[in-house]
Design a protein around this ligand. Sequence first.
Ligand code: ZN
Length: 246
Amino acid sequence: MRIVVLSDIHSNLEALDAVLQRARDERVEATYVLGDIVGYGADPNAVVARLGEQPSSVLIAGNHDLAATGRFDTEWFNPVAAEAIAWTESILDPDARAFLTALEPRGDAAEGLLVHGSVVDPAAEYVLNLEVARASFEAAEFGHCFFGHTHLPTLFIDEGGRIDGRALRDGAGVSLESNGGKRFMVNPGSVGQPRDGDPRASMMIYDTADRSAVVHRVPYPIERAAAKIRHAGLPAVLADRLAVGH
Ligand code: ZN
């Protein structure tokens, strides 16, 4: 089975539609969504509705989804992010609010553990280095963990207690085969607000037949998404950053 893994969509409908089209082209049969469905972008309701239409999907919440539904204090957010959360809360329709309120920042899927941040702190911790990754590997027994939050396509491997990690580029295929004990934490990057200098939407396709995972970077109409952010009265920096991918 081929699974598309999406994270940090951040209310960017143009980016989401582009990755869902690529997923259909790649004959994907299931969808994992690792949270931060809303926040920053201009289309929270349409993004939630689109995700609700996907068959065989497993979704969890990110810190922005928790904040937009009154479950995470925006005191922890920078002023721009907090302003976007306040705007999102004000515009969420009842269906979208109910959909997001039902999600938690950690979930179990058939092919692995899903967390938004880390296994230690699923809502808010950033897994950006080997030390933090090690703590997550030690915090639960899993073979495969899919995580988001950093907006960086990344792979961490635990091989008998030795932790390794690296960034994943467009088209990079990696093996997630356990081969006698290897364990994996993998981040598909961000659909709606990439931060690794490549402004294209990021997603991952995981094939359970050969345990391969491939990062796909997908072009989308960035200027259309940016124009909606400006038109909504959201902070202009949220529009400007889309074009540079930071
Ligand atoms: Zn995010």
